[in-house]
Design a protein around this ligand. Structure first.
Ligand SMILES: [Zn+2]
Length: 113
């Protein structure tokens, strides 16, 4: 993981952004670098590219809010969500559809040099 990364995304879609409202400053969700981390196959047909939520840049209260919203939305137990967020290899996908991406100064330098 690169230190000092501040890459983040903002979700335009109203339905999806509601789940993230008020958690992060100006609703910019921290992601682990500007690159796509993988492709989801949630619905079995179309695979969608996603970014990985940068859990390591989140405060305890931000983690708790994300865990609460996610457990409500997907009907997963809150304890399991909190556990999952603390797992170092866990990838919490943010679907890269209808989003705005902020590429931090660190990664901008890497992309242009
Ligand atoms: Zn970055």
């Amino acid at each position: 993981m690169i230190n000092g990364c501040e890459c983040s995304v903002k979700i335009h879609d109203k339905q999806r952004s509601k789940r993230w409202e008020g958690i992060f400053k100006d609703d910019w969700i921290p992601v682990a670098g500007p690159a796509i981390r993988g492709f989801s196959e949630f619905d079995g047909e179309t695979s969608q590219p996603y970014h990985a939520l940068a859990v390591y840049r989140m405060t305890q209260s931000e983690k708790l809010m994300v865990a609460q919203r996610t457990s409500e939305y997907f009907g997963i137990s809150l304890d399991k969500m909190i556990d999952d967020l603390e797992k170092p290899n866990m990838i919490f996908p943010i679907i890269a559809d209808d989003i705005m991406t902020f590429i931090c100064p660190l990664h901008t330098r890497m992309l242009t040099t």
